[in-house]
Design a protein around this ligand. Structure first.
Ligand code: MN3
Length: 235
């Protein structure tokens, strides 16, 4: 038996009542759906590898701006008001064209940073085990070679963007990069997959401590990786 649920956004109404739409819009403005998640640790918890001031500005100002601007961007599109963030990412090409760039940039920023905070932890250390370790070894043979390849990709991002370790449906791993706030969930990027690890290589992620030395930032970043979270992401 097929039990198919049709979410509200699939229902095409034959007639849209403008008054009802404007009510939904003002309701959404008063109670926006997307919220800034709390950091899962204190600002200084990742010291000395990631400094407290960077964490504070990155989370409280940059991430907050993505959330606020995402809520503003989808205001005129009530059919997306209650979408999950994952659904928004995987269906970004279906977002109305007049708001798509803003939703892509700010929704991507919200998704990417929510992911990024969790992939770091003050209780870092060790290395991945289980299925993730097997998949990493199958591709790169040693952790050192994987980390080298990942750092190389992260260094290759021209300007602002992200480097990702992603898994395809069969669990095969690969490394990819995205510009700006795009991510591998989006149905508009060249290489899609399930993110396992991701690193922010926008200068705002490292400039205060490392200035222009992205390679040094990446070296420090390995010291705060939450491999438990990466293993959970891999599944
Ligand atoms: Mn950032």
């Amino acid at each position: 038996m097929l039990a198919v649920a049709f979410p509200a956004w699939h229902i095409k109404l034959p007639f849209v009542n403008p008054q009802q739409v404007s009510e939904e819009v003002s309701q959404y403005a008063a109670h926006p759906h997307f919220e800034l998640p709390a950091l899962p640790y204190s600002y200084e918890a990742l010291e000395p590898h990631v400094d407290a001031q960077t964490m504070r500005i990155h989370h409280d100002r940059h991430h907050r701006a993505y959330v606020d601007n995402l809520n503003k961007a989808i205001l005129p599109a009530p059919e997306w008001h209650h979408s999950s963030l994952d659904h928004l990412m995987t269906n970004i090409s279906k977002v109305p064209e007049n708001i798509r760039t803003a939703v892509r940039n700010n929704g991507g920023g919200h998704w990417n940073h929510s992911f990024f905070w969790k992939i770091m932890t003050p209780q870092a250390g060790g290395s991945p085990s289980g299925r993730l370790r097997e998949a990493l070894m199958a591709h790169w043979e040693t952790m050192e070679r994987f980390q080298e390849a990942f750092a190389k990709a992260a260094l290759s991002v021209f300007g602002s963007g992200w480097a990702w370790l992603i898994a395809d449906n069969s669990g095969r791993l690969s490394i990819t990069t995205t510009p700006n706030q795009d991510n591998p969930l989006m149905d508009i990027v060249a290489e899609r997959g399930k993110p396992v690890l991701g690193v922010d290589v926008w200068e705002h992620a490292y400039y205060l401590k490392h200035q222009n030395r992205r390679a040094d930032y990446l070296k420090d970043w390995w010291n705060v990786i939450n491999w438990q979270q990466a293993m959970a992401n891999y599944g």
